[in-house]
Design a protein around this ligand. Structure first.
Ligand code: NAD
Length: 250
């Protein structure tokens, strides 16, 4: 019996990287998982679903751009039709374009805020009333160590990841009365496409402060997320938990 047997929900940005690893672990823990990502990632998403089904899990792919209110509504409505409820949501979709603040455009600010932050607000705003009616549910927001420190060359990214923690804490305070829990995790340097695109120097600088000097695995984020979404974490809400090989410890 898995941690999430009988639970239904979705993971955004689940076609690759951390989201895919999280979806895999949630399914292995018995959840019925909707993997969601951009429609341009449908093929990758189908591969991820096939991998989960091959391991005996239950999953499906629903295309949704988290910057579209209509897409998000459809994603939530379709998830609800599976079992008539929505037990969990994982806000993982994100982009991490590098730019020194002094060189950053307003367009970059708008884009990064839309994808990383407003999406989190948009999804919580839609999912929380459903979870409140159900008198139960759990959300995990994927922030970053950049939500706790100002990451150089990633100022706008850091701002969005800090703000996600504000949303997480407020949502936790507002919804504990009906057993709805909202937590965040703060990864550093997890193996993914997002990091594949960075220079060796950037990667080295990310790993240097870690006590455990290796990349984290997407599935390691999955195990923490599965725990937070499960009844084992029934007394944990508003927590912002690093999963960073010790990056923030010293
Ligand atoms: P990734 O690029 O592999 O995955 C991100 C996924 O989000 C992609 O599949 C992409 O298609 C999807 N996506 C992008 N824009 C979207 C949109 N508008 N709507 C729906 N989906 C969209 O990168 P990742 O590292 O797996 O990142 C996942 C999350 O983890 C991000 O929020 C990122 O900020 C965070 N994070 C990553 C690391 C790391 O080291 N990789 C560290 C800390 C935090």
């Amino acid at each position: 019996n898995g941690l999430l047997t009988g639970k239904t929900g979705f993971v955004t940005g689940a076609a690759s990287g951390i989201g895919r690893g999280i979806a895999k672990v949630l399914a292995a823990e018995g959840a019925n998982v909707v993997l969601s990502d951009l429609s341009s990632s449908t093929e990758e998403g189908a591969h991820a679903v096939a991998e989960i089904e091959g391991a005996g899990g239950v999953a499906r792919f629903i295309a949704a751009d988290v910057t579209s209110g209509a897409d998000v509504e459809t994603l939530i409505a379709q998830t609800c039709t599976i079992n008539g409820r929505i037990d969990f949501a994982v806000n993982n979709a994100g982009i991490g374009l590098k730019s020194m603040l002094a060189d950053s455009s307003e367009d970059l600010w708008d884009r990064m805020n839309d994808v990383n932050l407003k999406s989190c607000f948009r999804i919580m705003r839609a999912v929380l009333p459903i979870m409140r009616r159900q008198k139960g549910g759990s959300i995990v927001n994927i922030s970053s160590i950049a939500g706790a420190v100002g990451l150089r060359e990633a100022g706008i990214y850091s701002a969005t990841k800090h703000a996600m923690l504000g949303l997480t804490r407020t949502a936790a305070g507002e919804n504990g009365d009906v057993n709805v829990r909202i937590n965040a995790i703060l990864p550093n340097a997890i193996r993914s496409r997002l990091l594949d695109g960075t220079s060796p120097e950037f990667l080295e600088a990310l790993l240097a402060p870690q006590a455990i000097k290796r990349l984290g695995e997407p599935e390691e984020c999955g195990h923490l997320t599965a725990f937070l979404l499960s009844e084992k974490a029934a007394f944990i809400t508003g927590a912002c938990i690093p999963i960073d090989g010790g990056y923030l410890a010293n």
